[in-house]
Design a protein around this ligand. Sequence first.
Ligand SMILES: NC(=O)c1ccc[n+]([C@@H]2O[C@H](COP(=O)([O-])OP(=O)(O)OC[C@H]3O[C@@H](n4cnc5c(N)ncnc54)[C@H](O)[C@@H]3O)[C@@H](O)[C@H]2O)c1
Length: 415
Amino acid sequence: MIGFGMIFDDTYRPFFEAVRRTPLYTPVTGPITVSLTAAASRTGTRVARYLDDPAASLGVFQNLSGSNAIPELLESGVRAVCVATPDDRHFGPAHAALSARKHVLIEKPSVLNLSDLDNLVALAERNDVLAKVVYHKLADPDHKKLHTLVVDQVLQHVNNGYCSLLEPKSISGGQFSEWIRGRNPGTYVAVHYLKLIDFTFGPLWSLDRISATGQRGLVGSPDGPTWDSVQLQVVYRHPDAREAAFDIHTSWVTPDNFPGYVEQEVQFRFDNGVWNAHQRKRGVELTVENRTPSELKNTPNYHYNGTFLEPWGERSQRGYGIEIIERFFREVAFVEHGGPADQRPERLRQMRSLTYNDLSADRNCVAIVQAMEAILARAAAGIPGSLVKVNGPEGGLALFEPGNAKPTILYSGRV
Ligand SMILES: NC(=O)c1ccc[n+]([C@@H]2O[C@H](COP(=O)([O-])OP(=O)(O)OC[C@H]3O[C@@H](n4cnc5c(N)ncnc54)[C@H](O)[C@@H]3O)[C@@H](O)[C@H]2O)c1
């Protein structure tokens, strides 16, 4: 584990705890044990706290910190590495792990530009290992149904839609204050919806153009590089040349006591239908004196992640946020233990062809993130209103500023 922060505690920790009790099993692999053997982080403080907690159930693992932590972790005999460092620190650890021939799972957003993505995909290919990214929304039962309805042609031809994901102020002001300078909430959370859109309504369409704007002044100064909220628009072109446009609004300055904590809503409109979904208003509304809305949520999403007393008496923590981590380890188990050694290349090929999480299928999302960040950087430099054209005559990603006919090429290859 590289990075041992909030998302480790939310999803990786419950996965490792559960798999320690019950190994992964399929008829072809037999039982596969998975154990956390080492964690590398900036200071090691949280790891030490976890290891000292008498209630912690992961057993002993190495707590590595400082400049040599990642090389030490890679030399410690690990087979797979999960990268859950801040957004702009994924590439280095992932590159080191793939170079050491480890299977790698990276938190979203995988990386922030296409040349880093090309680099990691080529490295994974050369070293015969998996390189995957976590997009848990694809495992949400509602989104699985959306995907099913689209593939089965019940919902036909998406035309447009909106998504909004609003995080509370405590994220930008407390949780992420160490690394927030120069960052934006679009990269942090719009990617959830970018992948949902790209995976669910693709792969036959092509990305056409990206624009973005946002607001500053709460997290940082009004003219600085740190963004409070971002409004992103992405336009795709269907094979029949009709366009589809999506607006994705994100923020990390919503009041801490707003009922949602994380507010997530989407609407997608098709030729023959409309899909409306709310991530937390799924029917449960809870009030507990002095405990909601902060410690307990008013409208909780227990499908993502929840702690339960199962009807059969067992305590558990589960949900699609954890299931998506387990899937990665199942894929690694299948590659390494799913049949004879001489058929490993075929098993690797099969797992790489899963476009929901393979890094090679993350091109459009990374392209949009790269374009959005370049547009926001231009705005912070005093030139708002740029647009990035995808796969035009000028190159893969060409940024056009208002009043300047000559684009800046962000990526020359084809996206
Ligand atoms: N899937 C989701 O819904 C979800 C939710 C939250 C965060 N995330 C993603 O997870 C990642 C981490 O977010 P978080 O909320 O856990 O952040 P966090 O700030 O709580 O934790 C970051 C961790 O990375 C470590 N770290 C920082 N720089 C490092 C370095 N150079 N080398 C090694 N370790 C380093 C820190 O010590 C800390 O343990 C981000 O990419 C974020 O986008 C995903």
